[in-house]
Ligand binder design. Sequence first.
Ligand code: THU
Length: 268
Amino acid sequence: MFSFILNILLVTKVFSLDTSELETKNFNEKSQLLDNQYPPVSRQIDFDDLKNIMENSFTDNEKIEKFSVVDGFYKDFYYLKNLNNNLSLKSFNMLKQWAKKNQTTIPKIYLPNNKKLTPDNLDDSIKERLILEAQRARTFAYAPYSEFHVGAAILTKDGYIYSAANFENAAYGNTICAERCAIAKAISSENRGVSFQQNADIVAIAIVIRGGGGSPCGNCRQALNEFNPDMLVIMSDIDAENIIEKHLYELLPMGFGPANLDKAKALE
Ligand code: THU
């Protein structure tokens, strides 16, 4: 009975909450408001389960500090739930990524007999792993202004995965997309001279956004083109459904690259 009354109170609060009220709240208060912001969901058990995972993963201070992460979790939850009016196991597992903020190493895919990966010899398990790493990285996004969290994961021909998220800036134009952040991580970890570009070391990139079809922006296509126009671009929704695969040259036909500068030099 008590919880029934509480629910009515919560729902009343949800409908009485207008956005101007939200915007004028300061950072900490806004974080606390989140709990009351959404109406009860039908699959309460899943929701409670996920909420417990979140609650138990962070101290109270961390919950406030990681406000944009908690907010991202709620947004993802309602997006996935509303997609099919249900929460699939796949979606459920994806949401757990928000709580597992323990990614500190560079993952490597085991390759037998010095096998090298190419954009065209990647099996499904490798693609799934790449998407998973992009999903994980996405939970590290710093996107307080757009609240649009993006994850990307670059795969090299030796099987190393460099994942990253977008990070924004109060001077909005300083924002760095997840894809370019992942390039920075890969290059600054492994490149020797111009080897990454010459050896076409990057064989694929997975990009994960809410809403699917995480097509990289023009800037990022150009940045990626520098390293390998043939790379496979795997664009996925946050629960690894609705996946589109393209080679980069299909997304950036006749892209400008190092060869254009070389041609110009030959004429000097
Ligand atoms: N963003 C990316 O990280 N990758 C893209 O390909 C498109 C956009 C980020 C930038 C910004 O932080 C937010 O998404 C909204 O544009």
